[in-house]
Design a protein around this ligand. Sequence first.
Ligand code: FAD
Length: 460
Amino acid sequence: MKGTQANTKLVEELQQALAKERVTTNETMLEQHSSDESYHTPHLPDIVVFPENVDEVSETVKLASQYDAPVVPYGYGSSLEANVIPEHGGVVIDFGNMNKVLEVRQDDFLVKVQPGVTRSQLEKELKKYGLFFTVDPGADATLGGMAATNASGTTSVKYGIMRDNVRDMEVVLADGTIIHTGSMAAKSSSGYNLNGLFIGSEGTLGCFTELTLKVIGIPEHIMAARAEFSSVDDAVDAVIAIMQAGIPIARVELVDEESIKQMNRYSETDYSEVPTLFLELHGNEPGLKHDIAFMEEIVSDMRCRQIEFETETAGRNKLWEARHNAAYAFIHNHPGRKQMVTDVCVPISELAGAVKDARGAIGESGLSGGIVGHVGDGNYHILLMLDPDNPDDIERANQVNERIVSYALERGGTCTGEHGVGTGKQKYQGREHGEALRVMRRIKQALDPEGLLNPGKIID
Ligand SMILES: Cc1cc2nc3c(=O)[nH]c(=O)nc-3n(C[C@H](O)[C@H](O)[C@H](O)COP(=O)(O)OP(=O)(O)OC[C@H]3O[C@@H](n4cnc5c(N)ncnc54)[C@H](O)[C@@H]3O)c2cc1C
């Protein structure tokens, strides 16, 4: 944006287009929109707007373009790779006011939502219909943000990631044009797959203003369990064996010894402080009985020390709450430290080696950290605690990250399974994509020729 005068003028025009109270340059508000949940350095935007409909989003984008101002869509700010940080200032579009569940199409197993609807809000609404949306990144997040990062989570091993669960999106492009990326049909061979392109685009190709999502019936029976092992290697071997046996596992999460320790302190659980798999199966009663018996057999063959089942909802909720709070447990137990969360994904056959190498990397770094992961997908995270003011800590954490990313890329994996690229994973894009990165650049150039949509993210 060109100077203070232009900023004032843009604010005035935005206030006319939206409403005075929904366009702000208030210092506290700017600060609230300057960071994500990670160790990445915050950066203030110039203006924050709160649109209420697609036309206001379109108008905002058009006005910003006239003033050469970057536009950064903002959901819940829970991302971890600086995806949402307005590195070049400009206008942040906060979708918090576009938070309505528009239509539940029970017979079609579809729901239409505005982008600011949060995962927990949607869960509450769908429960009334006996339905649920399957993608669960643990942290609360908006559906717009989840689509923009192609989020996944504990249940993706069975139900898939955002890309598998979005049928259609309404998107405002860089010039203000409004398009749809798909339809309500279960399948289509018509045209290029724009859903696939825009999902995971991290605000760099357009702003999502409506999403049509696939939902499913709440399973008749749910059974959760904790399986304890003497080593992470045994736990990972058990996951691979469960997957190879074709057991339709709905969640399988690895939590290493150190993470259980932090969890016990934070969530007041008393789990044995050993590498553990948190598991869940969904289905009908007879099918579930059969799957559980088979799974018990497999994990005991894989040297499982003990398996404990949670049949009651309260026990199950406690177990998953503790798992979802693992990152916060580390943060809470390390006051003054920030967290780096790594996020690689490897083919399942490479998982045991990858996790072993990751454990070595944590040990050598001397930093406090643990491993958790959606290991059924081959996706795991290291939660590393660092002092953001100590360059040595940052360097050591970067070395860990670098090492596990290289390990993954050398074995056909990816530098990010679900958190996205932001700026944190930008330096690996060339190595991972090779010539395909040029194709991505051309797509960006075609859709955002001025480079104003979330500039500096994914590709330079
Ligand atoms: C403790 C913790 C655990 C987590 N666990 C997981 C996990 O298991 N799996 C996982 O996938 N992620 C996880 N995350 C990361 C985070 O929750 C996800 O990346 C989430 O999808 C971000 O959603 P958000 O609404 O917070 O988006 P934001 O952080 O606000 O934005 C993320 C990106 O989406 C863009 N964006 C936001 N809204 C729109 C829109 N309407 N249109 C276009 N672009 C938009 C932004 O510009 C930005 O690039 C975790 C985070 C934390 C803090």
